[in-house]
Design a protein around this ligand. Sequence first.
Ligand code: GCU
Length: 326
Amino acid sequence: MKLCRLIILSVMLFLFGLTAPAYAKITVTVAHTHVETHPQHKAFLVFKNYIENELGERYEIQIYPNGLAGSNEQVFSLVKMNSIQFMAISASLLENSSKQYAIFSVPYLFRSEEVYENFIRDPEVIAELQAQEKRKFFRPLSAFTAGTRNFYASFPIRTVDDLKDRNFRVQIGRNTGLMMEAFGANDYVMSFRDVYTALKRGVVEGAENNELALVDQKHGEFCKYYSYDGHQMIPDMLIGSEEFLSSLPTEDYEVFRAAAMEAQRVEIREWKSRVKKAIKQAEDMGVSFIKVDSQSFRNKVLPLHDSLLTDNPAIRKLYVMTLKYQ
Ligand code: GCU
């Protein structure tokens, strides 16, 4: 009798084994705020394909672009709770919880975009950002370029004095606040997705960002002047939920990490051609691009460097690391 039961059980297990998948697939959610022509979206498609090619029987990557999953601030909370596993988030938004990210909002930190790109590509830089992470709710895997940040407004900015007493939307962060004060301008901190409405209603007269914001976010509908002062280069970090990443077997983690590096490579490669197209599109919207004497803008804020380094020791090592690229 016992033998009979054993045989039936073995047959059932065998049949179950034929029909049931070896593993249930894990759905991995990725969210970002950009439109689908943005280099970051292309990079996340590469991230998805890389992982699914290597580990497709175990993971399915779902991407929510365009702020569909919420604002950057909301998605960041969800990543920390592992409800969303990956996102691209401006280093500025990480400054409050992790002071080392404030390195990127130090104005005029990099001599050129090339220097900046080499810096964010350096695995030692990512390792240093990771190493200083104390509370471990998220982990940076790589960094995307977001180009150079410049001022744009409904009025032309030709000299640094044109910023005086004007209202600009800026990203959150102490360095950025001090920079705006040094420029003599008023800073309005708000979420990226609220900038369009704030410009439309006249709450702010301008903002500062890369050229893509003019067309992708339609800021060029209200801001017809874009001035190349080049005050900051702040990357969007590709971060993952710490809970998710630390639950992965080592071999799988290595695939996610390699996918993040590949995504970065593609994003940086795509950036310049997308900016060129955006400039054309913005010109068609009636936006003028203005070359300014960026040295006079730089001179206003360079004296800040010493105090920013004294007040925030968490950025000192990274500051020294930038010097090897200059
Ligand atoms: C850039 C960046 C975004 C960021 C935005 C902002 O466009 O790519 O991630 O949110 O600036 O100014 O908030």
